[in-house]
Design a protein around this ligand. Structure first.
Ligand code: GLN
Length: 498
């Protein structure tokens, strides 16, 4: 039942909600009537939209799940929510998250952790855990999240919903509070893939206020490149729905020993289903995957440390009421009181890896690994990366410490299929005993696509009965990764698993 906040209130999925109107109508209906009906492109079914609380909205506060922004009211609306509002969506509320998007379990929030609807003691995933739970308990039809290193896909996998991270730059980020700008994307969660098309259609497209949003001219160039490549290869037409004769790649490096047996079996069954639907399944090698997680946890905190310096109680943020007037004391009290532990850890880490004595060994090296991860993907996809047309091999990449492994020749695949997370959702008790680095392990399968800016989706898929465990979800998140700009075909392909 929509807007029955009873049981759902305990789950702590929302930080603020749109109040129900007095006339007894559902808020969405009243709201949509106030708009031009011709513009109501989003059908009644997907109208109710929950929005992660790091996306600015003019009607509800935007806290980023942080003490430092606990009362923050944005004076403007993000491009993405404005576009969806014009298309007929109604915001039902702002959802809880790990502070500034930093976390994998939605437990790092100033407003308290998000709770799983069916597995009380387990993680909902993060950082868009509030959005995933809001979809899972039907408090909305679709929800917006942000995905920097897996924050839409991981909570989708843990709560049994669909989570989609589009190609980087496709949905504008203007009004989305930055965590790591070179990785941040706006993602969409829903119970079914079919609800995502209309949302993506209305949210995407250039916004001059976001310098990383893909321009119309670039998009045109990509479209023409796709046409050429389709003629040459007889495959993947220009943004069409052609998903016949798909070739699916299985990355052999993802079959790690830490992989839960139930999840491995679900992965195998998903691949079998693709075969039954006429796809060819082949092994591919993404040798630099093993370095992706470390590179991510250098790059993301470095960008975060830089972004978060503006929260000093003067430019932004709830100012400490310390009576000491010295500015440096005010800064450190404000930041010390306002930020949670994980955010502080990342600021320290990022400030260190950007410092003059460490930058070459950490930040610069991580950027090189990022290029190698991107190249791994470009080598296995049949569609060329039309945003980064094949560069000359940069010999400086043959650094002693960065292994180059090109043993496996090119396998021209349309999509890569792997699990979203190596294990089922851990219990909150397990998490409380983990070191921060153990927690980062949950992102091992999601960060490669983030580093490469590629579209990826997590689909819930059943774990066979003999592998199910008590008080553990009977589904696993299966992830499909596509080449840059292949978002539409990715969604069509994902439907084959539903
Ligand atoms: N868990 C990852 C992190 O903490 C991903 C977060 C995200 O995608 N926002 O950085």
């Amino acid at each position: 039942v929509l807007f029955n906040y009873g049981k759902q209130a305990d789950l702590n999925a929302f930080i603020s909600r749109t109040p129900a109107p007095q006339d007894g109508k559902a808020p969405a209906e009243a709201d949509v009537q106030a708009r031009d009906p011709k513009k109501a492109l989003i059908s009644k079914h997907s109208r109710l939209l929950a929005v992660k609380d790091n996306i600015a909205t003019a009607n509800l506060p935007t806290t980023c799940g942080s003490g430092i922004l606990q009362d923050h009211q944005s004076p403007f609306e993000a491009t993405v929510t404005e576009r969806l509002w014009h298309a007929g969506a109604s915001i039902v509320g702002k959802t809880n998250l790990d502070e500034f998007g930093m976390g994998s379990h939605s437990t790092n929030s100033f407003f308290g952790p998000v709770r799983h609807d069916s597995f009380d003691e387990r993680s909902v995933g993060g950082s868009s855990g509030g959005s995933a739970v809001a979809v899972a308990v039907q408090q909305c039809k679709v929800a917006l999240g942000t995905d920097t290193g897996g924050s839409v896909r991981l909570p989708a996998a843990y709560t049994g919903v669909v989570g989609f991270k589009p190609s980087y730059g496709l949905i504008p980020r203007w009004g989305v509070v930055p965590y790591a700008n070179s990785l941040d994307t706006v993602g969409i969660l829903s119970a079914k893939v079919k609800n995502l098309f209309v949302l993506l259609q209305n949210a995407k497209g250039h916004d001059p206020r976001d310098p990383t949003s893909i321009t119309d001219a670039t998009w045109q160039r990509i479209k023409e490149g796709r046409k050429r490549s389709a003629i040459q290869s007889g495959r993947h037409g220009p943004f069409n729905k052609n998903i016949q004769n798909l070739k699916i790649g299985v990355p052999i490096e993802y079959n790690i020993s830490e992989l839960d047996p139930g999840i491995r079996q679900a992965w195998k069954n998903a691949l079998k289903l693709f075969q039954e639907k006429g796809c060819t399944v082949v092994p591919v090698s993404l040798p630099n995957t093993k370095h992706a997680l470390s590179a991510y946890y250098v790059i993301a905190p470095a960008e975060a440390a830089s972004n978060l310096s503006k929260y000093d109680g003067v430019r932004y943020g709830t100012r400490s009421d310390s009576s000491d007037s010295a500015v440096d004391v005010l800064y450190s009290k404000t930041r010390g009181e306002g930020f949670g532990d994980e955010v502080k850890r990342r600021i320290l880490l990022g400030s260190y890896t950007l410092s003059s004595e460490a930058i070459d060994n950490y930040f610069i090296k991580a950027q090189k690994v990022r290029r190698l991860v991107q190249r791994d993907f470009d080598r296995v996809f049949s569609l060329p990366n039309l945003l980064r047309p094949s560069e000359q091999f940069d010999l400086s990449d043959m650094d002693e410490s960065v292994e180059l492994d090109n043993k496996l020749g090119p396998s021209q695949v349309d999509f890569i299929v792997c699990p979203t997370a190596p294990t089922p959702p851990p219990t909150l008790d397990d998490i409380s005993k983990q070191t921060p680095v153990d927690t980062y392990m949950n992102d091992v399968f999601t960060v490669p696509a983030s580093l490469a800016g590629l579209p990826a989706i997590s689909i819930p898929f059943p774990i066979p009965e003999e592998h199910q465990r008590p008080n553990t979800p009977a589904y696993a998140g299966i992830q499909i990764i596509g080449q840059y700009s292949d978002d539409h075909r990715l969604l069509e392909t994902a439907r084959l698993l539903e």
